[in-house]
Design a protein around this ligand. Structure first.
Ligand code: HEC
Ligand SMILES: [Cu+2]
Length: 364
């Protein structure tokens, strides 16, 4: 019904009607209370106006009933808003486990998007309808803000860390993507389109744009930057094995522990001295400034996908990794022409069940 009014953006995601429901409730309550107060002011001004210069007003000592009433009702209303809002907040901040992951790198003044299968896009994001999509966002320079009004998705994209958002589109179509945080001269030009497609169409699009998967690209960088010279699979390696590390707790030097999420992995690469893994010496060089945000995204995708026994050997043979991060069309073999792509499509997604057995031997 509200979609007819051009004042409101289209509802094209599972979150949209929830967010709107709460929004209209808030507007309704605010309007009701504002109108009530404004009318009472007018009614009382007329009713209790000064009639003669010497009349005195009655002395009023208060009314417990009235006070309970006007304290109780707003209190209940506020609690309804709180509980309702908290429920929606939890809904929009917890992506479903089967969401496919898309990396977003913002920079002045464009959006760079990477699919787990390796497809890269600028200012355009193609996604399938009725599938949850998780965004992992970061910025190369200043704060931007990823905003798709039709999905009611809006998240500040902060340099130096990863933020998350997710949505599930419900209608095929093209939707506006805005940057909604003033970010410099061409801020207003930092716009794009989210293209929601039927699953078949999307699969065709994916294969027509097939490239090496993100994890595969990351593997190349892992070799290029000599990470493997320390993080090798040898028993006497100089650094911890990274297999099955993602989402597992890591004990830190000096006590405490941390979950190895994207933010931790990122920090471990750019500023390794910020958190030292217990039992290891801080010999890792920082890669701040040497590895670009896009390369970081690839390295992290590689580490996330790295299962037991998949650390590349020091001298890279032509072997392809069997690992790739979760794909939105896993189980389907659609691309017949690219052998490397085919192989990675057929593989199981390793971050579904991170078997930590082989990665717990962190002590050298
Ligand atoms: C000179 C050897 C060396 C090189 C080169 C090196 N690292 Fe490390 N790395 C270490 C050591 C030692 C640790 C553990 C101590 C620490 O936390 O700093 C470590 C820790 C890590 C961790 C955290 C591991 C955990 O179990 O929590 C990650 C992730 C990581 N490195 C990734 C990389 C990547 C990616 C590269 C290449 C861009 C790289 N490293 C290059 C020595 C190295
Ligand atoms: Cu911006």
């Amino acid at each position: 019904m509200f979609a007819q009014v051009p004042l409101f953006p289209e509802q094209a995601s599972t979150a949209a009607s929830r967010v709107d429901g709460l929004f209209f409730f808030l507007v309704g309550v605010s309007a009701f209370i504002s109108i009530l107060i404004a009318s009472l002011i007018i009614v009382f001004a007329v009713k209790f106006r000064r009639r003669a210069s010497n009349t005195e007003t009655k002395r009023i000592t208060g009314s417990t009933k009235l006070e309970l009433f006007w304290t109780g009702i707003p209190c209940i209303l506020a609690l309804v808003m709180f509980v309702w809002g908290a429920k929606i907040y939890v809904f929009i901040s917890r992506p479903p486990d089967d969401a496919s992951e898309i990396y977003v790198v913002a920079k002045q003044w464009m959006w760079k998007l990477q699919h787990p299968e390796g497809q890269r896009e600028i200012n355009e994001l193609h996604i399938p309808v009725n599938r949850p999509v998780k965004l992992i966002l970061t910025s190369e320079d200043v704060i931007h803000d990823f905003f798709v009004p039709a999905f009611r998705v809006k998240v500040d994209v902060v340099p130096g860390r990863f933020v998350h958002a997710w949505f599930q589109a419900t209608k095929p179509g093209r939707y506006h993507l805005f940057c909604s945080q003033y970010c410099g001269t061409n801020h207003s030009g930092m716009i794009g389109t989210v293209v929601v497609m039927e699953p078949d169409e999307y699969r065709r699009w994916l294969t027509s744009r097939a490239e090496g998967s993100l994890a595969l690209e990351g593997r190349k960088l892992f070799l290029k930057y000599q990470c493997v010279s320390c993080h090798s699979a040898n028993a006497n390696a100089r650094a911890p094995v990274l297999e099955g590390l993602y989402n597992q707790p890591v004990a830190l030097e000096g006590g405490g522990s941390v979950i190895a999420d994207e933010t931790y992995l990122r920090e471990s690469i750019v500023l390794p001295d910020a958190k030292i893994v217990a039992g290891w010496r801080p010999i890792m060089p920082g890669f701040q400034g040497q590895v670009s945000e896009e390369e970081l995204v690839k390295l992290i995708a590689f580490i996330k996908a790295l299962g037991p026994g998949q650390t590349p050997p020091r001298v890279d043979s032509a072997k392809q990794p069997a690992a790739k991060p979760e794909s939105s069309n896993s189980g389907e073999k659609t691309s017949g022409d690219k052998p490397a792509d085919n192989k990675s499509k057929a593989s199981k997604t390793p971050d579904d069940n991170p078997s930590s057995d082989s990665s717990t031997q962190k002590q050298p």
